[in-house]
Design a protein around this ligand. Structure first.
Ligand SMILES: NC(=O)c1ccc[n+]([C@@H]2O[C@H](COP(=O)([O-])OP(=O)(O)OC[C@H]3O[C@@H](n4cnc5c(N)ncnc54)[C@H](OP(=O)(O)O)[C@@H]3O)[C@@H](O)[C@H]2O)c1
Length: 189
């Protein structure tokens, strides 16, 4: 079955962006970048991949899910043109290459996608959409950045207390200070 993978950069104190969406504290250079660009080339915005001469062939993901706030930041460049892009919004609409904006329940959309053939589904963010989809996440790939934000947009928005167990499958610490942790949902039985 297709996996839903929340692949995201996060500060040590659990924020995916500052209170106003700031992300300039995140390290964009260093040895972690080569590894990320190679395995997760699909997650690089189309215009940047073109500048870097990277091939994007849906090797990691074939679909990306975004909340409207996340989509809005990169929308002038329609961020991930080579993927099937699904954006959740009850208030907005947009058109673009491989782009669908929907007001449908994200959990129902994900459950339908999982029944279809295809590759892994990337939950890009942000925190509000991740909170809605927490129970559907099969794998976490967290790029832990060596910094504290103090305030900002939490990894899972304002999700209420509700424990979900994950097991670590891989951790790589880079010289840059970024630690990439990969965990899979713990299945009982
Ligand atoms: N660090 C990283 O790797 C990373 C990755 C992705 C995003 N981010 C950051 O995260 C921030 C955005 O996160 P966010 O939590 O503010 O917002 P978000 O999750 O990106 O978007 C929230 C919006 O999505 C729509 N939405 C959410 N749940 C929905 C539902 N159940 N049904 C229909 N629509 C739904 C609503 O849009 P409408 O109001 O239009 O209905 C809602 O206002 C940005 O600053 C971005 O840069 C960081």
């Amino acid at each position: 079955m297709r996996e839903l993978v929340y692949y995201v950069a996060v500060s040590l104190d659990g924020y995916i962006a500052g209170p106003q969406g700031e992300y300039d504290g995140f390290l964009m250079e260093g040895d972690h970048m080569d590894a990320i660009n190679e395995r997760f080339a699909d997650t690089i915005p189309t215009h940047i991949a073109a500048m870097l001469g990277l091939r994007q062939e849906r090797t990691a993901f074939d679909t990306v899910l975004m909340g409207w706030n996340t989509y809005e930041i990169g929308k002038t460049q329609s961020p991930y043109n080579h993927l099937r892009q699904i954006v959740f919004s009850r208030a907005h609409t947009a058109e673009g290459e491989n782009l669908e904006v929907t007001a449908k329940d994200p959990r129902a959309v994900v459950q339908r996608l999982k029944r279809e053939d295809g590759g892994a589904i990337w939950l890009c963010g942000g925190g509000a959409l991740a909170a809605t989809l927490a129970e559907e996440i099969d794998r976490l790939v967290l790029k832990r950045q060596p910094l504290l934000f103090g305030d900002g947009i939490p990894l899972f928005g304002d999700r209420p207390y509700r424990p979900e167990r994950f097991e670590p499958v891989d951790t790589t610490a880079y010289q840059s200070g970024v630690v990439v942790s990969e965990l899979v949902r713990r299945r009982e039985g």
